[in-house]
Ligand binder design. Sequence first.
Ligand code: IDC
Length: 304
Amino acid sequence: MLKKLKVVGGRLTDGEKPVRLFGMSTHGIAWYPEYICEEVLRALHDEWRTNCIRIAVYTDEFRGYCNGGDKEHMKDLVRKGVMLAEKLGMYVIVDWHVLSDSDPLKYADEAEEFFGDLSLCFADKTNVLYEICNEPNGSGTWEHITEYANRVIPVIRKNSPDAVVIVGTPNWSQDIHCALDRPLALDNVMYSLHFYAATHKHAIRHRLERCADAGLPVFINEFNLCEASGKGEIDHEESSAWFEMIDRLGLSCICWCLSNHGDTCGVFAKNCTKLSHWEDSDLKESGRIIRDQFRRFAEEENNK
Ligand code: IDC
């Protein structure tokens, strides 16, 4: 069984020493359910040497959970992912993927139902982290996020008292300084920072460093090397600067995303349908760089 995680002094730990999680995020599981299977998870664990997968449940977009989606099917996929990950020794982030709905309060009732149900089911699991709002934006201010978090986190904690919860920050999970100024009055909480290296550069890294130095627990639960649109060219120089900082600060990071769509951020080559044993030609450039980076992280962790 994987060790229970705990946030201590701004760091994610296994109760004794710092831990870093790294791995892939699914795309929305209503779009791409095929990646929640043993073959993929095993390949990500054994071939890419990752220790975590994030499972994205869109709330509003494309038959989202709160927009006509098949709720039971989506929860079944999350349960399947958690069971498979447990078997393989991987952590899972259950991501409530707020995006075009902007303000997490919009679907707070549905979030309570979703997290209440799943946290009860995962009460005895040590490999589950809960991400309660992907990217608040617009009217999803820190004030609203705080109100939402103070509703949803107690629902999770009632069933899984020790679970680590990751909270999205305003402005598409860029404004982590809001959490530094007014943190939640709860333990075992981390705050999301997302970056797309061709868009988010020095200014956001500077903010990250300032907040991390001040002891804020930050989790990079979404990144890619291209533009924030998920498209465009990879910025190699900025990507290296980001990886250098992630390493230096010992942060966790999760890449968007497991997809064979045409966008730069989907790590698989367009229309590649393989579910394991991906050759270089089965991957986009982003996929090759990120796979290699994950292997380096794994090497570093092993050498500790
Ligand atoms: C994108 C997907 C794309 C989908 C779109 C839906 O790659 O296929 O049509 O969402 O709006 C984020 C979001 C993430 C985005 C991604 C790329 O969390 O859902 O995925 N991105 O735009 N934040 C910054 C970038």
